[in-house]
Design a protein around this ligand. Structure first.
Ligand code: NAP
Length: 293
C-alpha cells in the first residue's frame, strides 16, 4: 500500500485513536506516528503497544511537521486544542477529527485553523463501551460507516485523501453536512444512549433487594442497556452538551411516541402495540441485511 501521510499526529490515543493507529500500521498508509495524551500512563501504554513511535504531552510539539493531525479526544477539548496547535501546523497539512458531534466541532475548530491547512471533520460510526489505548483494535472500522463533513470551501483533494485512508482501514465513507449528521446521530446513537443511561439509573435508584434481582435477571433485556450505559462518562457528557438542539428535538418526538404507547397500554389497545412491534422487528431485519448488526 502506498504511504498516504508521511507523519501523523494523534491528539488523544484512546479507543478510536489507537484503533486508527493500529489499522494505519497494518495497512502501511503512514510512516511515523506521534501520539499526544495528558497522562504519562496513556503515553507509556501507547509506546508499549507500539501504536506510536514517539509520545508527548505537548500538543504543539506533537503536530510539528505532521502531514495529518487526528484530534481524537472528548469533543469538549477540541476548541482549546485547535487554538494551541494552529500556529504550529505545517502548511498544507490535513487536520481531521473523530468526534461524535460535527457542527459543534466545526464551530469550535475551524475558526482557529490557518487558511493554508485543510480541515476534514469526520466521525467513524464504530466503537465499544471501552476506553483507552489498550481497548483499540485494527478491525474496529471494518464494514462500518465513517461520515465526513467537509466545509463548503474544503479542498476536495484533502477530502479524497482522508476518504481513501478510511476506506483502506475497511470503512465505508459517506459525506454530508454537519447539521444533518447531528440529526441522524441524535436518533441512531445519542437517544439510545440517553435511554440506556436513564434505565440503568432508574434501576440503581431502586431499593437494594430489588437491585440485586435486577442484576440476577438482567438477561431479560436490561443487560444490553447496561453495556451501552457503561460508555465513557466524559465523552457522553460532551456529546449531549454539544448536540443539544438535535437531541432535544428527538427527545420531544420520543416523548410523544412514548405517551402514545402509555395510552395504548392503559386502554388495552393491543392492536397499536402489535402493529408497532411488527414494524420495529422489520427494522432489525433491515439492519441485519445491511450487515450492520
Ligand atoms: P478514549 O478511549 O477515552 O480516549 C481519549 C483520549 O484522549 C485518551 O488518549 C486520553 O488520554 C485523551 N484525552 C482525554 N482528555 C483529554 C484532554 N483534555 N486533553 C488531551 N487529551 C485528552 O476516547 P475515545 O472513545 O477514543 O473517543 C475519542 C473521540 O472519539 C471522542 O470525541 C468521541 O466522541 C469519538 N468517538 C468515540 C466512539 C466510541 O464509541 N468510543 C465512536 C466514535 C467516535 P489522557 O486521559 O491520558 O489524556
Amino acid at each position: 500500500m502506498q504511504i498516504l501521510f508521511e507523519r501523523v499526529a494523534f491528539i488523544g490515543i484512546g479507543l478510536i485513536g489507537s484503533s486508527m493507529a493500529r489499522a494505519m500500521r497494518r495497512d502501511g498508509t503512514v510512516n511515523t506516528i506521534v501520539a499526544c495524551a495528558r497522562r504519562a500512563e496513556t503515553r507509556e501504554t501507547a509506546l508499549r503497544l507500539k501504536v506510536a513511535d514517539s509520545v508527548t504531552a505537548d500538543y504543539a510539539e506533537a503536530v510539528k511537521g505532521a502531514d495529518l493531525v487526528v484530534i481524537a479526544t472528548p469533543i469538549g477539548t477540541n476548541e482549546e486544542i485547535a487554538k494551541i496547535i494552529a500556529p504550529h501546523l505545517k502548511a498544507g497539512c490535513v487536520v481531521t477529527d473523530v468526534g461524535s458531534v460535527k457542527q459543534a466541532v466545526v464551530d469550535a475548530v475551524a475558526p482557529h485553523l490557518p487558511k493554508n491547512v485543510h480541515f476534514v471533520p469526520g466521525h467513524p460510526i464504530a466503537g465499544t463501551e471501552h476506553s483507552g489505548p489498550e481497548s483499540g483494535f485494527p478491525e474496529l472500522f471494518e464494514n462500518r460507516w465513517t461520515i465526513l463533513t467537509p466545509l463548503p470551501h474544503t479542498d476536495q483533494a484533502a477530502v479524497d485523501k482522508v476518504a481513501t485512508l478510511w476506506r483502506t482501514m475497511g470503512a465505508k465513507v459517506d459525506v454530508m453536512k454537519p447539521g444533518h449528521h447531528d440529526m441522524v446521530l441524535a436518533i441512531t446513537s445519542h437517544l439510545p444512549h440517553l435511554i440506556a443511561y436513564t434505565i440503568v439509573g432508574t434501576a440503581t435508584d431502586l431499593a437494594d433487594d430489588l437491585r440485586q434481582e435486577v442484576i440476577k435477571y438482567s438477561a431479560s433485556g436490561f443487560r444490553d442497556f447496561t453495556r451501552i450505559a457503561a460508555s465513557d462518562p466524559v465523552m457522553w457528557r460532551d456529546i449531549f452538551l454539544n448536540n443539544k438542539d438535535a437531541v432535544l428535538e428527538i427527545i420531544q418526538r420520543f416523548s410523544e411516541d412514548l405517551t402514545a404507547l402509555q395510552k395504548a397500554i392503559r386502554k388495552g389497545d393491543g392492536e397499536t402495540l402489535e402493529t408497532l412491534f411488527a414494524r420495529t422487528r422489520a427494522v432489525r431485519r433491515g439492519i441485519i441485511d445491511a450487515k450492520q448488526a
